[in-house]
Design a binder for this molecule. Structure first.
Ligand SMILES: Cc1cc2nc3c(=O)[nH]c(=O)nc-3n(C[C@H](O)[C@H](O)[C@H](O)COP(=O)(O)O)c2cc1C
Length: 202
């Protein structure tokens, strides 16, 4: 669906709540910068879509010994609730050794414990990484998503070679490249249109 048509189509529809998860814990993370930019884009120019960053740093390592009397540790309960309440997920996934990062996989594992709170949500992935731009991390994440029952948009894909010139992020990890900002917007519009198509907004 064209960007303008998607925006128009959203006018009479319920708001889509998106939980955004960053796979990097670094303070000046470029992936976190992508999420900040996505939040700005929604506030400025994508009516009908709200993104909330859900921090995964407080989560302990996934360990079923920490599940007591059917309850998860408080940071895990809070994280699972945020995912449960969302219609869609936006993953900002760096690539670590040809795969998704350990913190992101840890968060995914916690929220997959019963009941699996990822199930049946729509999702999109964007990446700032090294030379690969995050391709391999995204395809591993899609594979993990099969078991979680996530429904990913196929296109557009967004792979950013963060460390290669020209400079795309400032020293705080903020996205400063207007062309990438436009491409990020197209990812969000695609996620919005796909979520409406599946009738998943509440
Ligand atoms: C342990 C480790 C492994 C990495 N492996 C890869 C890799 O396989 N492919 C790649 O493109 N970048 C790789 N990188 C680079 C990161 O993806 C890149 O620095 C990314 O920008 C980090 O995300 P952030 O800016 O959000 O912290 C690796 C970085 C680290 C720390």
């Amino acid at each position: 669906m064209e960007a303008a048509a998607a925006t128009e189509a959203s006018a009479s529809k319920p708001v889509i709540r998106v939980a955004a998860i960053c796979g990097s814990l670094r303070k000046a993370s470029c992936n976190r910068g992508l999420i900040r930019c996505a939040i700005e884009l929604c506030n400025e120019s994508i009516p009908g879509m709200q993104i909330e960053h859900v921090d995964i740093e407080p989560l302990p390592f996934c360990n079923t010994d920490l599940e007591i009397d059917g309850k998860y540790p408080p940071p895990v309960e809070a994280f699972r609730r945020k995912i449960l309440e969302a219609d869609s997920i936006l993953f900002a996934s760096p690539e670590n050794n040809y795969s998704l990062s350990a913190p992101l996989k840890n968060a995914i594992d916690w929220a997959s414990r019963p009941p699996n709170v990822w199930a049946d949500k729509t999702a999109a992935i964007v990446s700032a990484a090294g030379g690969s731009g995050g391709k391999r991390s995204q395809y591993h994440l899609r594979q993990v998503g099969v078991y979680l029952d996530l429904h990913f948009i196929n296109k557009p894909e967004l792979f950013i070679q963060a460390s290669r010139p020209p400079v795309k992020f400032d020293s705080d990890g903020n996205l400063i490249d207007p062309e990438i900002k436009e491409r990020l917007k197209r990812v969000l519009l695609s996620l919005q249109a796909f979520t409406y198509r599946l009738g998943h907004s509440s």
